[in-house]
Design a protein around this ligand. Structure first.
Ligand SMILES: *[C@@H]1O[C@H](CO)[C@@H](O)[C@H](O)[C@H]1NC(C)=O
Ligand SMILES: *[C@@H]1O[C@H](CO)[C@@H](O)[C@H](O)[C@H]1NC(C)=O
Length: 224
């Protein structure tokens, strides 16, 4: 700003040398262009000063605005980082065996954890608790093996949110020996909602360490 004012003064001074010193006095008041404008010999200078001043105000407020947006973006990003949620679990038995059939419905407790980012899945209960309200994707895959082509075996499971079934899988072995099925849903959940896979009575899930039975979920985006 000073450089522009100085050039401006040189221009004024070349036309009217005697006024140079009074113009230089007005340079001391460069922060206050209103005063500079009262100087009769520095009119073009005064216009430039006014423009420089309004540009400076403009850039200052633009910078303030950008600063505000930057800290809002940082805040949103750290909220996003804190809400990262993804889990993927499976049944894992050292030798091939079937879990079920049971005389009553039971929660499937997947004992092998591939990933539990955000610690929403409880490996002791098999229940995933949403720590953030948002839109989530869940997938569950089941597998069973009757052991022989003519032995009946039902592979079935249900995905629960709190006490409500949202999706089912059901495969009954008749002619074939093995069965498998997968279901994927996208759900809007509230914080503290609980999601789990139920194995209805009479159903079986069979596995070894190949992880034929999996349950996975992740937060697509948070809504709180
Ligand atoms: C620029 O903006 C800040 C914040 O509003 C203010 O404190 C400061 O005085 C301004 N500076 C100028 C040169 O306008
Ligand atoms: C689901 O259950 C949890 C824990 O019992 C409760 O906090 C939440 O409000 C329930 N959600 C719905 C949608 O009822």
């Amino acid at each position: 700003m000073r450089a522009i004012v100085f050039l401006c003064l040189l221009h004024a001074a070349s036309a009217q040398w005697p006024s140079l010193w009074s113009s230089l006095d007005s340079l001391n008041e460069a922060d206050n262009p209103e005063n500079a404008c009262e100087e009769p010999h520095s009119c073009s200078c005064c216009l430039i000063l006014q423009q420089v001043n309004s540009l400076s105000t403009h850039f200052n407020s633009t910078l303030n605005e950008l600063d505000k947006e930057y800290s809002q973006t940082l805040q949103q990003f750290s909220k996003f980082e804190a809400s990262r949620t993804a889990f993927s679990v499976a049944l894992d038995f050292s030798t091939f065996k079937c879990h079920g059939p049971k005389p009553a419905d039971i929660n499937v407790i997947y004992n092998h954890v591939f990933l539990n980012l955000g610690s929403g899945y409880n490996v002791n209960t098999g229940i995933f608790t949403a720590l953030h309200s948002g839109v989530y994707t869940f997938a569950f895959t089941i597998h069973s093996d009757a052991g022989a082509a003519d032995s009946p075996l039902a592979a079935c499971a249900e995905l629960y949110v709190n006490n409500t079934v949202v999706a089912r899988l059901s495969e009954e072995n008749k002619e074939d020996q093995e069965d498998g099925a997968t279901n994927v849903v996208v759900l809007q959940l509230k914080a503290a909602d609980k999601v789990a896979v139920n194995m209805p009575k009479g159903c079986s899930l069979c596995d070894d360490n190949n992880h034929y039975n999996t349950f996975s979920g992740f937060l697509l985006f948070a809504t709180d």
